[in-house]
Design a protein around this ligand. Structure first.
Ligand SMILES: [Zn+2]
Length: 220
């Protein structure tokens, strides 16, 4: 079993995707993305990536060779398959149970559409036990400035997501309610204190716009 989160170092991509970009939808040279993915696979074994759309659907992976449909979470009970979630500010959420693991993409939309809870329900249906979760590096509650409309949309469902920037503007902390929801359901949660906007070691869509994607990876 392992979990890890990549930063931007160790790959072959050129600016603004420097260096370890796993995103094949962000404008980077496809051969460079393929090389970055191949180097990860050479180190840790067969790894499955998603085409993520901030939706609420998950896919159960049975083979590392299968075609993965568009989705925002992967689940497997096969130890030989690593699951990857791509991010640049959103939360890479990794969930481990004794016999089943998941990689979940949780941004603002994913928090509101409860994809993490849907995945957790499915893992429980698959008789998962002893749940642990890792919330990887993500945009923090001081950096995620939003409009009043967006703030209201999220806090009306999850009030503890309400936050403020250092200048007192509306902001969202999407990790806080996620951590609370998981804890309430008996999941032991580890959370990174790295903010992807503040740390230049990470890709940040909010900071840089055109940029790469890091990954969180989990294996049973
Ligand atoms: Zn921050």
């Amino acid at each position: 079993m392992f979990t890890f989160f990549t930063d931007r170092f160790g790959g072959v991509s050129a600016p603004p995707y420097d260096y370890l970009n796993f995103g094949d939808h962000v404008g980077d040279i496809p051969d460079n993305v393929a090389a970055n993915r191949a180097s990860l696979i050479a180190r840790v074994g067969p790894t499955v990536f998603m085409n993520q759309v901030h939706g609420d659907t998950f896919h159960f992976v049975q083979s590392a060779a299968e075609q993965i449909p568009t989705c925002d979470a992967l689940i497997t009970t096969t130890a030989a398959i690593n699951l990857a979630v791509q991010v640049a500010d959103c939360i890479p959420l990794l969930i481990h149970a004794d016999n089943v693991v998941a990689a979940v993409h949780v941004g603002r939309k994913g928090l509101v559409n409860d994809i993490a809870l849907k995945v957790l329900d499915e893992m429980k249906r698959l008789e998962g036990k002893n749940f642990k979760a890792w919330i990887g590096p993500h945009i923090c509650g001081s950096c995620y400035e939003v409009s009043e409309d967006v703030l209201q949309e999220v806090v009306s469902k999850y009030p503890t997501s309400r936050s403020q920037t250092s200048k007192g503007r509306h902001a969202l902390d999407i990790a806080r309610p996620l951590r609370e929801l998981l804890s309430q359901r008996g999941v032991s949660v580890n959370e990174s204190d790295i903010c992807t906007v503040e740390s230049m070691d990470y890709f940040s869509y909010r900071r840089d716009g055109v940029t790469g994607r890091s990954v969180g990876v989990i294996s049973l």
